[in-house]
Design a protein around this ligand. Structure first.
Ligand code: NAD
Length: 398
């Protein structure tokens, strides 16, 4: 069949296996070209490894550090002629490339929040990999069932304390318009912390520790975002910001519990990039479109893989100590947050509207990055050729 993009709001419900495979290969090339991280990790577990920052982390671990990797993700296989989710094809393409390069790559597809998944991963790691020296926690999910209580929590993106109105872009209609978002209730804050906070990260680390699967001097990292003031009511100071603060708490607990092994947990603040998770946040796609225009003009633009290469090479590894900001976190958002970049964004922000969207921002770059997430608009792929979504890029024994 001919697979075409079918965009519904902020998701694309189809994906192209060959386009996804080409994206993975392109990221591998970036990781390889950046040179090998000589003191990098050798055995890496990535939780949320099929798209976005987690996928790039797995690629950099394998192809920038030569590590064996184990990936956990929640993706949909192809069925009844319907393409698999992009993350499914990405994971399959990654495994193929890792095998070709002689690197071990194991994966499991299912709910990372569940105890069952943790047990299955432990079993596989014991048999196939041994103690892990880096755990990357990169989940972005709208809901989580806590296996200890059976209760399901839904995360939300709401301001706290007062309602918020701002410009945003409707990416379906290419319209800049005003949105108003009502403030969160207490349940919203609590639920978002349960889904996107540090509790599940801690449970993963406890489970690995109990099973002797953490190497001496191991590192573990979870990803956060701060961004510019225009997004603070909905991000940093909103429900998701509270969940991100909880990652800081969890990092301290994990480091403390593993001090005998000199294990360390870090929170890295990354830059805004186009991923399935970030495209769902109000206001952020408009900010990203402006940011990309300015950072591209200044020659400092980075996507997921460039950020993660820098995180591994210049922050986590490569020197005896990990450089932390005054807030105790690792920062790879330094280029995004440079005053001259933020001043340029702030100058454009009040003037941007539907009529000048393409002139004042890199909305086209945003849109093409969005389609690329699903394997569309990728250079070198002939989209007029028939592909069988079920056999083109089959998954492994997941
Ligand atoms: P993403 O949507 O691209 O990736 C999410 C990953 O989580 C996928 O691999 C998905 O399969 C997996 N996942 C979701 N639910 C799961 C479940 N129940 N079980 C197993 N796997 C599951 O998201 P992303 O943007 O790469 O976000 C990853 C992290 O990076 C998040 O913590 C996010 O807040 C953070 N971050 C993102 C940005 C950005 O601009 N995108 C910036 C800074 C920090």
């Amino acid at each position: 069949m001919i697979i075409e993009p079918k965009v519904r709001g902020f998701v694309c419900v189809t994906s192209h296996p060959e386009g996804c495979a080409a994206n993975v290969k392109e990221q591998i090339e970036v990781a390889q070209a950046s040179g090998k991280v000589t003191d990098g990790p050798k055995r890496v577990l990535v939780i949320g490894s099929s798209t976005g920052y987690g996928l790039s982390s797995r690629i950099q671990a394998a192809f920038g550090c030569g590590a064996d990797t184990f990936g956990v993700f929640f993706e949909r296989p192809a069925s009844n002629g319907r393409p698999a989710s992009a993350g499914y094809y990405n994971a399959a393409a990654f495994e193929q490339e890792a095998q070709k390069a002689g690197l071990y790559a194991g994966s499991l597809n299912g709910d990372a929040f569940s105890d069952e998944m943790k047990e299955k991963v432990v079993e596989r790691l014991k048999k196939e990999m041994g103690p892990i020296d880096l755990v990357v926690y990169s989940l972005a999910s709208p809901r989580r069932t806590d296996p200890r209580t059976g209760e399901t929590f839904k995360s939300c993106l709401k301001p706290i304390g007062q309602s918020f109105s701002s410009k945003t872009v409707d990416t379906d209609k290419d319209l800049v318009h005003e949105i108003g978002i009502e403030p969160a209730g207490d349940t919203d804050v609590h639920s978002t912390i349960k889904v996107m906070g540090g509790e599940d990260w801690e449970r993963w680390m406890e489970c690995l520790a109990e099973n002797d699967l953490l190497a001496d001097n191991f590192k573990t990292i979870a990803y956060s975002y701060i961004g510019p003031e225009v997004t603070w009511p909905i991000y940093k100071n909103g429900t998701i910001g509270k969940a991100k603060e909880d990652l800081d708490r969890a990092a301290s607990v994990i480091s403390e519990k593993n001090s005998a092994k000199s294990g360390k947990a870090y929170v890295a603040v990354n830059k805004a990039v186009v991923t399935q998770a970030s495209s769902a946040i109000p206001v952020v796609p408009l900010y990203i479109s402006i940011l990309f225009k300015i950072m591209k003009e200044q020659g400092t633009h980075e996507g997921c893989i460039e950020q993660i290469v820098r995180l591994f090479r210049d922050r986590l590894y490569g020197s005896d100590s990990v450089e932390l900001g005054d807030d105790g976190r690792i920062h790879v958002d330094d280029l995004e947050m440079k005053p001259e970049i933020q001043e340029a964004v702030a100058k454009i922000w009040p003037t941007i509207e539907t009529e000048n969207l393409r002139e004042l921002s890199d909305y086209e770059g945003y849109q093409s990055d969005f389609l690329k997430l699903f394997g569309f608009g990728v250079e070198g792929i002939d989209y007029t050729v028939d592909v069988d979504p079920e056999t083109a890029l089959p998954g492994g024994n997941w």
